[in-house]
Design a protein around this ligand. Sequence first.
Ligand code: GTP
Length: 602
Amino acid sequence: TDLSLIRNFSIIAHIDHGKSTLADRLIQITGGLSERELKEQVLDNMDIERERGITIKAQTVRLDYTAKDGKTYELNLMDTPGHVDFAYEVSRSLAACEGALLVVDAAQGVEAQTLANVYQSIEHDHEIVPVINKIDLPAADPDKVKLEIEEVIGLDASEAVLTSAKSGIGIEDVLEAIVTKIPPPSGSRDKPLKAMLVDSWYDPYLGVVILVRVLDGALKKGDQIRFMQGGTQHLVDRVGCMRPKIEQLSEIGPGEIGFITAQIKEVEQARVGDTITTVKNGATEALPGYREPQPVVFCGLFPVDAADFEKLRESIGKLRLNDASFSYEMETSAALGFGFRCGFLGLLHLEIIQERLTREYDLDLITTAPSVVYRIQLGHTKTEDAQEILLHNPADYPDPSRIESIEEPWIKATIYTPDEYLGSILKLCQDRRGIQTDLTYVGGRAQVSYELPLNEVVFDFYDRLKSISRGYASFDYEQIGLREGDLVKMSILVNGDPVDALSMIVHRSVAEDRGRHMCERLKELIPRHLFKIPIQAAIGGKVIARETISALRKDVTAKCYGGDITRKKKLLEKQKKGKAKMREYGNVSIPQEAFIAALRMG
Ligand code: GTP
């Protein structure tokens, strides 16, 4: 295809502003599909998903559009992952495009997540076309949103396209804007092949499918290719694009986006951002910007029922087939038995995996407190040299007397909120050791930036933010590196025994607070036993907080006066059932909810 007839673009939008609906409309109008056909097609896809038990990841599609200038253009709509933990993946998708549609809800206006993505898009020198969607809503105020786009983002919004993706208004205008505003790609067919690996996913029939953007040269079936970062070689056996159904092509030429398969068994071998070239007469220099996947948040996943361990192992293995960005290794906990220590790109990534294990694989799981990675400098001893370790699990906390320094990861958070909630949000950030770096007002909204230790954010920061702002505040973050901190390990002792799954690394300044809180929570969560149970929080040997659960006096069945035997039976059964969900700790039973609930800051 003539380069001047190609347009590569992505859609930037905050969740729920209408990205998928707009994409569907673009597919419908360019494919000449009726509403019913579109529905059938989408349903088709869902059936496949259900049948295969996986989600078809990329919604990247190729559209043919005959514009008002009479020429037919090839439009490649690049799907980008929707959330902040996948910032790197998003950056690679954006690097594969020359422009973006910025979709903003006409009633909601600009949100934090939109901002972060727009700035990334600007960094990639994209031409950005503002689209104000949902103009059919009674609360729509396109003029106000235009002003917001200009003031907050600094983009000219005078020619913003007004749409209602739902009712099909303005869709042609979007297509015309793509053709006239977004520049065509550049590239040369005569240079050695250079293609970027934009995304990869596992398909049970096709094996690993790779989404590519060709910069120079062309990719053809039968090519012997080489991954310049991964170092492996493969034979290309299929070349195509999605419309959104799979269509086989003879080649993917310079400037084009498409997919290939090359008999690859694991997504791990096809890493996002890698450079693909030919084995013979290949390119000598890889594309800039490649990064290895790096988990930043870790937690333990344990089956509630120990008999489910094998099922958990299998399920995690299956998920991992499609997502090379999380890591796992076996872990044993005195409290929770056999499970896995897993690493994730961020909190939301953790939630997605946890949710999929629970829902798709029907597993009951106990998740231990999420932990970040600490870098610890250890001094030398008589028998050991000084060394540096990376701590993923509080249970592996080294002998404190050997620790010379501990560093923890920090993030820069951007929060965007109606200003009535600002006060409570500032307090939340302050309580979490935050350092305010910026605060600006636009209209009735505030945008505030904080530097925060990731360890203060991993557990419930996001939930708290949502609840104090009644869902109106939006949040986005990026990592800004490690900083030294006065961090200690806090252990929780139940009836004198440390419960490993409840131990955590905390800053010394908040340790007492957290310890007291945990003990109070556990006191509510652990049922009374026939004996007194002390609950203690301790740093090293020093107890910093303590609660006591008093002993239970009477047998519950005593209430039944020995009379009604069926009632008595029922009660005993109920007790037994309750017990199944408990974890035995020495001679104390701890209910499963306690492990998570105790960690919520409240
Ligand atoms: P995520 O997939 O969650 O990121 O959301 P999205 O941005 O893809 O939004 P989606 O297209 O799923 O739309 C969110 C909701 O807004 C859906 O209920 C749509 O029906 C609705 N919606 C989308 N476009 C319009 C529109 O133009 N007008 C109205 N009234 N509703 C719309």
